[in-house]
Design a binder for this molecule. Structure first.
Ligand code: IPE
Ligand code: IPE
Ligand code: MG
Length: 248
């Protein structure tokens, strides 16, 4: 075998005419990415934020309808205050830039999560981004911020119970569809594909209700290293799956 040559790794074969409608990503591994380079964890978050921009743009370019990303969980408040404030600072910076580019990018943005504990300036930026982009059609990016799946379901249950007390709803009439309308994701189809980089095989309180029938894709690649090619691999893997939804 004297002439064996090293071939470039085969590119993932994606059928761009049959993409999943909705891809959700747990953007994990920023801290380990930084640690590997001897950098502070905050440098990993900066690299992760930059990568979010790259991947969101790619999703828009290939014609994906919905991208949902996990940016900060209801559990992430347990982190050191400096790390939390660095993440919030990066979010502000990103949103300010996004607002200035919105007319060009025309990406619709929504936030899933309870924004009320956030710094008022950041809350205002989130609201402004949603308002400006409300009429854009095409790609919709949902950013999960202070989001937890259990918190979301609890809130929905409470809001529904309140509507029952007011007489606007009846407990016996509750359907999955009606319950879904009380969630942050009201109006957004369930994710078809949930991706978790960083090697962890868990969902960490992400889209618990919505991902009931999602396909999962796990990879060891850390989020700041998760390139368009990595996304293509995930899309190709998804396209190779057989979704049965309980049928045959
Ligand atoms: C994900 O990266 C970002 C947030 C949770 C905000 P991590 O900060 O969790 O990175 P690792 O898991 O420590 O590597
Ligand atoms: C999940 O990552 C939350 C986000 C990516 C925003 P974590 O790093 O917080 O999850 P665990 O702690 O490994 O489960
Ligand atoms: Mg993590």
């Amino acid at each position: 075998m004297a002439f064996l040559k090293r071939r470039p790794a085969a590119e993932a074969q994606v059928d761009f005419d049959h993409l999943p409608r909705h891809v959700a990503i747990i953007m994990d591994g920023n801290g380990r990415w930084a640690k590997k380079r001897g950098l502070p964890r905050t440098a990993g978050h900066a690299a992760g934020a930059e990568n979010f921009r790259t991947i969101a743009t790619y999703c828009k370019d290939i014609g994906l309808e919905y991208l949902t990303v996990y940016a900060f969980s209801t559990e992430n408040w347990k982190r050191p205050a400096e790390e939390v404030s660095a993440i919030m600072g990066l979010l502000k910076k990103y949103l300010l830039e996004a607002i200035s580019r919105m007319e060009r990018d025309r990406v619709k943005m929504r936030f899933f999560g309870d924004l009320s504990p956030l710094d008022p300036e950041l809350q205002a930026l989130c609201r402004r981004t949603e308002e400006i982009s409300t009429h854009y059609e095409g790609c919709q990016v949902n950013i999960c911020l202070n989001y937890g799946g259990r918190d979301e379901v609890l809130r929905a249950a409470k809001a529904f119970a309140e509507d029952c007390v007011r007489g606007d709803q009846k407990p016996g009439d509750l359907t999955e569809e009606t319950f879904g309308s009380y969630l942050f994701s009201d109006g957004v189809p369930d994710p078809d594909l949930v991706i978790r980089p960083s090697g962890e095989i868990r969902i960490s309180n992400f889209l618990l209700w919505q991902s009931a029938y999602a396909e999962f894709y796990f990879t060891d690649v850390l989020w700041p290293d998760f390139t368009k090619e990595e996304l293509n691999k995930a899309l190709a893997a998804y396209q190779g799956r057989s979704r049965r939804f309980g049928g045959v």
